[in-house]
Design a protein around this ligand. Sequence first.
Ligand code: NAI
Length: 282
Amino acid sequence: MENIKVGVLGAGSMGSGIVQIAATQKHQTVLVDLNEEALNKAAANLKNILARLVEKDKIDQATADVIMGRITFSKNIADFKECDMVIEAIVENLEVKKKVFAQLESIVSPDCILASNTSSLSIASIASACKKAERVIGIHFFNPAPLMPLVEIIPAVQTSEATTTNSRTLVDSWKKVTVLAKDTPGFIVNRVARPFYGEALKIYEEGVADFATIDWAMTEIGGFKMGPFTLMDYIGNDINYTVTESVFAAFYYDPRYKPSFTQKRRTEAGWFGRKTGRGYYN
Ligand code: NAI
């Protein structure tokens, strides 16, 4: 497995986490982002994370250097040429992802697996942009990817058995807990999580309680590790709102999944949460 070369497109929260996993698991990796600032930030963050692991005696400095040395940072998508698998983790927008998948196919080898880390978009639609749609699959990590054990493996109707088996075997070898999910809106986790966010937003909008009180109730009484508003700020309101909109539309506008103005306005204001310094909390 170690000789598999892994490409990751998008150096944001998810892409940099996925690259950290693959490089730690001894794969040569290529991290591509069109935005130089995002690449620099990802490189600095990865260095800090590895330094913290050294401090905590989880790895030694030599290992940290080797892991960092396995990652090539690039602005050029053509650097995926030698990759056996490319995992896409860019903006959650179907049209953009489709364009990127068609472009990826023109660069990589015929056997390269093309995976999307999408939280909610249809894998069948993404795959339809490729000539060899059977090599396309969803591999959905959770945030922060290096710490969260669960990974959803989502074959589209077009995906071949071999693509599914090889993808799952590879991610299993990264000591993750994989689960096969159907290509339905939100897959498993983001579907069952919708009411967690949606009801919390409704309770707030009905004036029953403020963000902090709802979070307190869900953690102290409900036993959740994070309250819904803390979690939305952690994920990013931009991402979380877009996923809600996409799941709502994909379920033929079932009112159970209706997005909320409270979150929409925060997203429009750029109050994404932790990544911008302000969300539901400041
Ligand atoms: P992010 O906004 O942190 O990072 C996205 C990165 O992609 C940015 O650095 C941007 O410069 C880059 N990018 C955008 N378009 C590009 C293109 N055409 N080519 C190359 N790079 C491009 O986003 P995040 O949170 O990492 O999410 C990425 C994907 O992962 C989305 O599909 C999202 O739904 C999914 N996801 C997000 C989770 C989360 O908790 N944030 C959890 C699981 C999946």
